[in-house]
Structures are given as structure tokens and as C-alpha cells.
Design a protein around this ligand. Structure first.
Ligand code: TRH
Length: 382
């Protein structure tokens, strides 16, 4: 019988990805796998942006079936039989000591990467002699040899129903306060370093009317200098010829998901929005979290290699050039040419995004793989 009690530790380094992933995973393990999840969080203020109803100064809260506690409680509490450390966030020392007597199963869920080495490192044990415990490394990924991608059971069905339902989409735009008459809808969630200027120029040159949705705080600081006279506060909009820029407030994960489903092109970043863009089945541009020595560009290349399997060389080049233009790493083609080619290829890119979404959705999802993996450890089968 599998252990039903799991502890998950989340340390919010910066941005929303750490808590975005931990919260999504916690909910899914609780709701779909019937586990008793206790989620330890170090920063309730940031977490409350993603966890609706989370109160800053309340100790034990149960939200959507997940018990949420401050990380500091880890010092005094009894560990669960299964402990997930996420992104090597380090567990509190007294908690670790108690894990020895409980002999908890200890799994570290790592960051998502498409790099080929992930296939070899996934599910490997690392002995911790000082503690007489084994820590297992669980790597999310895009191949069957990895820990997979987070995907809720009914996600694709819900997406398909939304996309087929004109009225549901209209209601969504109304809730956002957006008049939906443009030829293209584009969501722009990105780091401020993205080359937004060339993208907007190319978009205006395309002569397509476009609604561009910018989450407050993400790439706004790069857009603001382009239109110095406009005040880009949350809820504001700016119309320049056929282009309308909307500044959106931070949405709930559910509403953000609908935005991705409703748009024709999505710009995403980091880890969690990246995976959600794949499930949206719409053309997207991923901006990796920027790292020293351009390591992030290796990650980008690795992803594009996997993502572009089975496409034509021309579409592969088109996708690569647009991604490089966005990440300020254009090599062969100029950013403007890359975006022109991208807009011209949109119908094929749309079809391709659907195909890839379907193919990845045919793989086992991350939460299910985690449950299977923990059972195998329990039965000494790893
Ligand atoms: O915020 P991010 O840049 O997070 C990143 C990544 O996790 C990266 O791997 C890590 O190294 C770095 O932080 C420290 O991007 P990400 O991963 O897409 O997380 C954003 C989350 O915010 C995701 O769960 C979607 C959610 N979101 C909303 O819920 N509403 C919104 O309006 C928006 C724009 C995002």
C-alpha cells in the first residue's frame, strides 16, 4: 500500500515559477491521487499571488485539499513518509534529522530541461552517508526516459471544450474587459531583457490588427521606454495604429490558462508557463530564465531540437530564428526578418503546435510518474 502522506517543500527564489510548479503539483497529487499533501512555503506573500485565499499570518490552512504551512514549521514537525524537496531547496536541518528515524522516501524534483543528459540522470539515487538516507533525483522532461511534464487529467478535454465554445471565449474576454475584434491575440509574458522592440515593429509592419496582452510587471519595463508618454498602469491600454497593448493584472492560474487557450500566439518564460503554452496547443515563443555564460541558450537549443522533431527544415529554422530574436541571440537572420517569416508561417505553426501538444499529452504526466516512482522506491525496485 503506497504511502498517502507527502510533504512538499518550496523555496521561492524569485519570480513565480517555484511556487507555480509546487502549487500545481500539490493540488494535482491531492485531488487526482488522493494523497494528503502538506506544502511548506517560505514566502506567503508571493505565494498568495498564486494561491487564492492564502492568508499571510495563519499557520495551518487547507486550500483545495492541500494543507499549507510555513517552512519554519519544518523544524518541529514529524516528517511524512514521502518528502519532496523541490529545486534542491534544502530541507531544514532538524527536519532532516527526523527523516532518518522515519526513514522517509526523499525525492528532489529538479528544474525542467530538454537537455539530453536529463535522460541519464533522472531517477538516480544519491547516498547521503552522514544521514543514512538516500536522496533520489527526479527530472521533469520531454522524453519517456524522464519524469515527464505536469499535466492535469482533464486539461486537454477542458482546453478543447473552451476552444470549441465561442460563448465561453466571449465571456472570458468580457471578464478581462477586452473588446475582441483584432485579427491576432497575443499574450506577452516575458523577462524584461526580451527583444520586444523588434517584435512590435515587425508586428506593426505585418499590417495585421493585433491585441497584445502584457501582464503587469513582466516585460512592461522594456515596453515603457518605447512609449514614454503613456502611463502603463495595470488595466490601461494603448492603441498605436492596428496594435492595441493591454496591461493585464496578475491573473489566477486558471484565468492565465484561458488566456493562453484564447490567444493565437503566446510568449512564455521560465518553467511553468512554458509547459502551459505547450498544452494550449498554440504557437508560442519560450524565453528561458537568463543564466550566466549564456547557459540558457543551450537549454533553448535543446528544447527547440526536441520540439522541432518531425517538422520541415523550413519550419524548424523559422521557429529557431524567432526564438533567438526574442532572446537577443539572433545569428543568421535579422530579428525583423525572423518575425516576418514567423507571421507568414502562422497557419503551419498552428497545426504543428497542435500536433506537438497531442504528442506530449500521450506521455505519462509528471504527478503520475512521481507516484509510481515513490512506490518503486518503497518496494526497493529502484
Ligand atoms: O515567474 P517565472 O519566471 O519563474 C521562473 C522559473 O520557475 C524558472 O525556472 C526559475 O528558475 C525562476 O523563476 C526563478 O516563470 P514561470 O515558471 O512561467 O512561472 C510563472 C507562474 O505564474 C506560472 O505558474 C503561471 C503563473 N501566472 C499566473 O498565475 N497569472 C499570470 O497572470 C501570469 C502572467 C502568470
Amino acid at each position: 500500500m503506497a504511502n498517502k502522506r507527502w510533504d512538499i517543500f518550496c523555496k521561492i527564489v524569485d519570480n513565480y515559477g517555484d511556487i507555480g510548479v509546487c502549487w500545481r503539483l500539490s493540488r494535482q497529487l491531492a485531488i487526482e491521487h488522493g494523497l494528503n499533501i502538506r506544502l511548506f512555503i517560505d514566502d506567503f506573500k508571493v505565494a498568495s499571488k498564486l494561491i487564492a485565499g492564502l492568508e499571510e499570518n495563519t499557520f495551518n490552512q487547507i486550500i483545495e485539499g492541500v494543507e499549507i504551512v510555513p517552512r519554519s514549521c519544518g523544524k518541529t514537525t514529524e516528517p511524512a513518509p514521502v518528502v519532496l524537496e523541490t529545486f534542491s531547496c534544502d530541507l531544514p536541518a532538524p527536519y532532516l534529522q527526523k527523516m532518518v528515524s522515519v526513514q522517509s522516501t526523499w525525492i528532489n524534483v529538479e528544474y525542467l530541461s530538454a537537455e539530453p543528459w536529463v535522460n541519464d540522470f533522472h531517477a538516480k539515487p544519491s547516498q547521503q552517508p552522514a544521514l543514512n538516507l538516500t536522496k533520489y533525483y527526479f527530472f521533469p522532461g520531454f522524453t519517456d526516459q524522464t519524469g515527464g511534464l505536469i499535466r492535469e487529467q482533464n486539461l486537454i478535454t477542458q482546453r478543447n471544450a473552451f476552444i470549441a465554445d465561442e460563448q465561453a471565449q466571449q465571456c472570458f474576454w468580457q471578464r478581462m474587459g477586452i473588446e475582441q475584434t483584432a485579427e491576432l491575440s497575443i499574450s506577452l509574458f516575458a523577462y524584461p531583457e526580451a527583444n520586444v522592440k523588434d517584435f512590435l515593429i515587425a508586428l506593426m509592419q505585418s499590417h495585421k490588427s493585433a491585441n497584445v496582452f502584457v501582464p503587469f510587471g513582466s516585460i512592461l519595463e522594456a515596453i515603457q521606454p518605447l512609449y514614454p508618454k503613456h502611463d502603463f498602469s495595470s488595466g490601461s491600454k494603448l492603441k498605436v495604429d492596428g496594435l492595441t497593448l493591454y496591461v493585464l493584472p496578475f491573473l489566477s492560474q486558471e484565468e492565465y490558462e484561458r488566456l493562453l487557450w484564447a490567444c493565437d500566439i503566446n510568449f512564455v518564460r521560465g518553467e511553468d508557463s512554458w509547459v502551459r503554452a505547450i498544452w494550449a496547443g498554440k504557437p508560442f515563443i519560450w524565453q528561458p530564465y537568463i543564466q550566466s555564460e549564456n547557459t540558457h541558450l543551450l537549454k533553448l537549443d535543446a528544447f527547440l531540437d526536441i520540439y522541432s522533431t518531425n517538422t520541415t527544415p523550413a519550419l524548424k529554422t523559422c521557429l529557431r530564428n524567432a526564438h533567438l530574436a526574442w532572446s537577443n541571440a539572433a545569428d543568421d537572420a535579422s530579428p525583423l526578418e525572423s518575425w516576418q517569416a514567423f507571421f507568414a508561417a502562422l497557419p503551419s505553426l498552428q497545426q504543428y503546435a497542435q500536433t506537438r501538444s497531442q504528442a506530449f499529452a500521450a506521455q505519462t504526466d509528471l504527478a503520475t510518474k512521481l507516484v509510481i516512482f515513490s512506490e518503486k522506491i518503497e518496494q526497493n525496485q529502484v
